[in-house]
Design a binder for this molecule. Structure first.
Ligand code: NAD
Length: 444
C-alpha cells in the first residue's frame, strides 16, 4: 500500500501514526497517510524559518519569479499524475480535474510570479507643522513563515492559490492539506524539488484539525501568519487559536450563495449557468448557488427546465469522460448532506427531483454518491435555506419585485458570492452593487 509522507526540509519523512486515504467513488483505501505529530510540525516550522535566512532569503524578486515559473513547468510535466491523484482523492470527474484543477494550479504560480515582479510601491507626501515636507513610501518584505490550511473540494487549486502568492512574496510555507485529500500537496513537493525551490521553503505536514497538525500549526509562536480556506466555524476556531500569538490571518470561508433570475434573462443561458452553479463538482464549491430566486412570471418554466438539466447529469465513475457528477468526498459528508435532504422534507419542501441516493448495481454502491436535488416551497426561515449544505442541491423560490429579491438574497449570515441573470444591464449592475457579498457575477 502506498504511503503518503510528510515533506520536511526537502525530505519525505514517515511518522509514528498513520490514517487512511479513501477513494470516495467506491470506498476503497488507496493509501496510508503519515500523521505529523507535534514534534514534526515544529521541525517543519523550524525548517521554514531557517530557509528564510538561506538562499531563498537572498535571491531577488526576479529569480523567485523564475523559480515559480519552473514550479508551474514541473506541474505541467507531471500533468497526468496530478490529475489522477486529484481524481482518486476527490472522486471528481477526470474532465473537471484536467480542465480546471491542475491547469489552474500551474497558472497560480505563473500569475503570482508575474504579479510580484510588476507590483509597484505606494508613496505619498506629508507636510510637517514647520512647513517641511516628508516623502513616505511603503517597503515590502516577507511576513516570514506562513501556515497554510486547506480544504478538500479543490485541493491543489486552493492550496496553490495560497502557496504561490506566499512564496512569490518571499515567505516560506508549512502546509496542512485536508486529511481527505493529501495526495497532490505531496506531489507538489516533487515539483518544488524539480524547480529548484530550496529545502525548507515548502513543507507539508499531514493530519487533522483539532488535536492534530492543523490546530498545532495555528498555535505555533514561530508561525508568522495563517491562511485558511474551509468552513466558517473552523475559521472561528482558528481565529481563537491565533489570538494569543496575535498572528495575521487570511480566511476564505463558507457560503450560502444566492442567484437572482429576472424574467428578462436569456432563459437558456440562465438555466444552463445555474445548472453549473448548483451542480459543478457535485455542489462542493464554496461559490455554488444553493438559493435560486426566480421572478414569478417564469418560475414554473424555470424550475421545470432546471429539473430536466439535473436529471440529464450522468453520475458515473470519476475516470469516465462522460461523467458529470462524481461522489461526495466522504461517508461522513454524505451523511451530512442526506440529513439536509431529510430535513428539507421535514421542513415541508416539495421535492422537484432527487432527494436520495442513486442505485448503481456495482462498486459505486460503496461510494458516497447522492442524487442532484432541487427543492421548492420552503419558507425563507427554513434551515435548508439558511445553512450551507455543500452538496448538489438548491432551493428555488419565486419573487415579485427587485426589492424583494435583493432582500431575500441578502438575508444570510454568509457573504461570499451571488449571481444576477437579466438582459437589462443597468439593472444587472444596480442589483449587483446591492449584494452584500465579496463577488457578484452578472449573467455568468
Ligand atoms: P474544514 O473547515 O472542515 O477543514 C478545512 C481544513 O481545516 C482541513 O485541512 C482541516 O483539517 C483543517 N481544520 C479543521 N479544524 C481545524 C482547527 N481547529 N484548526 C486548524 N485546522 C483545522 O472544511 P472542509 O470540510 O475541508 O471544506 C469545506 C468548507 O470549505 C465549506 O464550508 C466551503 O464553503 C469552504 N470553502 C471555502 C472556499 C472559499 O474560497 N471561500 C473554498 C473552498 C471551500
Amino acid at each position: 500500500m502506498k504511503l503518503i509522507q510528510n515533506y520536511i526540509d526537502g525530505r519525505f519523512v514517515p511518522g509514528k501514526r498513520e490514517f487512511t486515504d479513501v477513494n470516495p467513488a467506491d470506498g476503497t483505501v488507496i493509501a496510508q497517510v503519515t500523521e505529523a505529530d507535534n514534534a514534526q510540525v515544529d521541525e517543519a516550522v523550524h525548517a521554514a524559518r531557517h530557509a528564510l535566512h538561506g538562499e531563498w532569503g537572498r535571491i531577488g524578486v526576479r529569480e523567485r519569479a523564475v523559480r515559480l515559473h519552473k514550479v508551474a513547468d514541473a506541474i505541467e510535466k507531471r500533468f497526468d499524475c496530478f490529475v489522477q491523484a486529484e481524481v482518486a482523492d476527490t472522486g471528481k470527474p477526470v474532465s473537471l480535474a484536467a480542465k480546471l484543477d491542475v491547469p489552474r494550479a500551474a497558472a497560480n504560480f505563473r500569475v503570482f510570479a508575474d504579479l510580484v515582479k510588476l507590483s509597484g510601491l505606494e508613496s505619498f507626501q506629508t507636510e510637517a507643522p514647520d512647513g517641511t515636507t516628508a516623502l513616505n513610501y511603503a517597503f515590502r518584505k516577507p511576513l516570514g513563515v506562513v501556515g497554510v490550511i486547506t480544504p478538500w473540494n479543490l485541493p491543489l487549486l486552493l492550496l496553490t492559490w495560497k502557496v504561490a502568492p506566499a512564496l512569490a512574496c518571499g515567505n516560506t510555507a508549512v502546509v496542512k492539506p485536508s486529511e481527505e485529500t493529501p495526495a497532490t500537496a505531496t506531489l507538489l513537493a516533487e515539483a518544488m524539488r524539480d524547480a529548484g525551490i530550496p529545502n525548507g521553503v515548502y513543507n507539508v505536514v499531514h493530519g487533522f484539525g483539532p488535536g492534530s497538525a492543523g490546530e498545532y500549526l495555528t498555535q505555533s509562536p514561530e508561525v508568522d501568519a495563517v491562511t485558511f480556506t474551509g468552513e466558517s466555524r473552523t475559521g472561528a476556531a482558528i481565529m481563537k487559536a491565533v489570538a494569543p500569538t496575535v498572528k495575521p490571518v487570511s480566511f476564505e470561508l463558507g457560503g450560502k450563495n444566492a442567484a437572482i433570475v429576472f424574467a428578462d434573462c436569456n432563459f437558456e443561458e440562465a438555466v444552463s449557468g445555474l445548472a453549473d452553479a448548483v451542480f459543478l463538482n457535485t455542489g462542493q464549491v464554496c461559490l455554488c448557488a444553493e438559493r435560486v430566486y426566480v421572478e414569478r412570471k417564469i418560475f414554473d418554466a424555470f424550475v421545470e427546465a432546471l429539473k430536466l438539466k439535473a436529471e440529464s447529469l450522468h453520475s458515473g465513475w470519476p475516470n469516465d469522460k462522460k461523467t458529470d457528477l462524481g461522489p461526495l468526498i466522504s461517508k461522513q459528508h454524505r451523511e451530512k448532506v442526506l440529513s439536509y435532504y431529510q430535513l428539507a422534507q421535514d421542513e415541508g419542501a416539495t421535492v422537484v427531483t432527487g432527494g436520495g441516493v442513486p442505485k448503481f448495481g456495482d462498486d459505486r454502491g460503496n461510494g458516497f454518491y447522492v442524487q442532484p436535488t432541487i427543492y421548492t416551497g420552503l419558507p425563507e426561515s427554513a434551515r435548508c435555506v439558511k445553512e450551507e449544505i455543500f452538496g448538489p442541491v438548491c432551493h428555488v423560490a419565486p419573487f415579485d419585485s427587485e426589492e424583494q429579491a435583493v432582500a431575500m438574497a441578502n438575508d444570510t449570515n454568509y457573504g461570499l458570492a451571488a449571481s444576477i441573470w437579466t438582459s437589462n444591464l443597468k439593472r444587472g449592475h444596480r442589483v449587483a452593487q446591492q449584494m452584500n457579498v465579496g463577488i457578484t457575477w452578472v449573467n455568468c
